[in-house]
Write a protein that binds this ligand. Structure first.
Ligand code: GAP
Length: 438
């Protein structure tokens, strides 16, 4: 029944809008290119992804320090890291319609794909979004919205060493917004100008970087499985010398087969001592580690697993999207793992105008909500319509209270994937769902 389908981006974009996952940013004003707003369902999905990431990479470990650094940073940060000079994409402009393109993404590098005009010469376009800080607008007040969360961790390296007395290897972890003035934002939430990153900077003894690079590769793969990514569509690709970021001497990209091609999902980079050395140099601050047993002092090297939230959401949606036929009716459902489902259970009375059913259903709803949290009340339309709606938002189970319930104190539980229904006693519901949702 649950066949995988040829998924188009149109189907995902339309479902995301129709069911309250993702809306175009500032839509009533005609939108703002490269921005999207997460609706109630999308926000819950995001929270589930964050929770899963935190559980795996922070809460279940003893060597990880979770931080929440400011988006606005002293602009010297970005001079030190080379972002001011190097964080750019090659751009060409059409001489006729003035549209701008990323040169490395063009098939025809001579002719404008929009109007057929001639494309001009390649220029480097810095992707950092500038802003002004303070009441006086001079060059000294210019700073940037951070293009990666990473630097908020590197500039706090000394604070962590001084306050937490960590033993090497240890990591810093952060989830937060990053901004890039992408020349051509495209493919829905794949390439946007405002996005969220979940990043780890893992500090190691330089002699051990290769071991920890492999370790983090495995950790990332394990997590992708845990959030329900279709691993047959995930590929790890060694990034060549010419394509690596300026700070990295080894990078693996995890690529995902999206409907628009196989493209980057996450990155795993060996950043060496690049960032700490640069910041030490520019800030005149010692950024080192002293091993208490050997007394050796050195600059740790860094392994960086970097995961984009928005691409995660896209890959989770694409991995979960299913179409099948139930009876004669085609249907769409999202085969989320229970830990990703925005709502775990939907509860409804068979008919919403029968007070005795509503009352019994509300009791069951209250009981399940206090135990499982994200349980939704749904009495819109008839039961068939409710099932379709809950299928489309990936709710694993629907519970319906009917007239029999009043006699036998049991309810109908319907499974999203199989559409099978079974009668479960109200007293057994909690245990039933603990097992099913684990
Ligand atoms: N600190 C390293 C770093 O920022 P990156 O490969 O440039 O490396 C890391 O970005 C991740 O951030 C990417 O793998 C992707 O998931 C996400 N990402 C980067 N640019 C993005 C954009 N314009 N829109 C959405 N996600 C983006």
């Amino acid at each position: 029944m649950s066949e995988k389908t040829d998924i188009t981006m149109e189907k995902i974009v339309s479902l995301s809008k129709r069911r309250g996952f993702i809306f175009p940013g500032s839509e009533i004003y005609g939108g703002l290119a490269g921005t999207y707003d997460y609706g109630p369902l999308g926000s819950l999905l995001k929270e589930n992804i964050k929770q899963s990431w935190l559980n795996k990479f922070v809460h279940s470990r003893t060597d990880m320090y979770f931080v929440d650094a400011a988006i606005l940073m002293n602009p010297k940060t970005w001079e030190a890291t080379g972002h001011v000079d190097h964080f750019s994409d090659p751009m060409v402009e059409c001489e006729k319609c003035n549209k701008r393109f990323r040169e490395d993404q063009l098939e025809d590098k001579e002719i404008c794909e929009s109007c057929g005009g001639k494309l001009g010469s390649v220029k480097q376009f810095n992707m950092m979004l500038q802003t002004k800080v303070g009441a006086v607008e001079d060059s000294a007040s210019t700073t940037y919205l951070r293009p990666e969360t990473a630097q908020g961790m590197f500039v706090n390296y000394k604070n962590i060493v001084d306050t937490m007395a960590p033993k090497l290897p240890f990591g810093m972890a952060q989830i937060g917004k990053a901004f890039r003035n992408e020349i051509t934002p495209r493919d829905f939430i794949f390439r946007v100008r405002e996005f969220e990153q979940m990043e780890i900077e893992y500090f190691v003894n330089p002699a051990e970087w290769e071991k920890y690079f492999e370790y983090w590769k495995d950790e990332m793969i394990e997590w992708m499985g845990a959030i329900g990514l279709d691993m047959s569509r995930v590929h790890d690709v060694e990034v060549g010398d010419d394509d690596r970021a300026h700070y990295s001497s080894r990078t693996i990209d995890f690529e995902f087969e999206y409907p628009f091609g196989q493209k980057e999902l996450y990155g795993l980079a060996y950043r060496g001592d690049y960032d700490l050395t640069k910041h030490a140099d520019y800030s005149k601050t010692k950024l080192q580690y002293t091993d208490q047993t050997t007394n050796e002092t050195f600059v740790p090297h860094v392994i960086e697993p970097s995961m984009g939230m928005d691409r995660t959401i896209l890959a989770v949606l694409l991995s979960a999207y299913r179409e099948d036929v139930v009876g004669d009716e085609p249907r769409v459902y999202l085969d989320f793992k229970p830990n990703m489902a925005p709502y775990k259970i939907a509860v409804s009375p068979l008919m919403k105008n029968k007070p005795e059913l509503v009352e019994a259903a509300q009791r069951v709803f209250g009981q399940l909500k206090s135990k499982f949290g994200n349980v939704v009340w749904d009495d819109n339309g008839n039961v068939g319509k409710r099932y379709r709606r809950q299928d489309e938002i990936g709710t694993p189970f629907c519970v319906v209270i009917d007239y029999e319930t009043l006699d036998d104190q049991a309810v109908t539980v319907r499974d999203r994937n199989t559409t099978d229904q079974e009668r479960i006693a109200i007293d057994d519901l909690e245990n039933y769902f603990v097992e099913k949702l684990s």
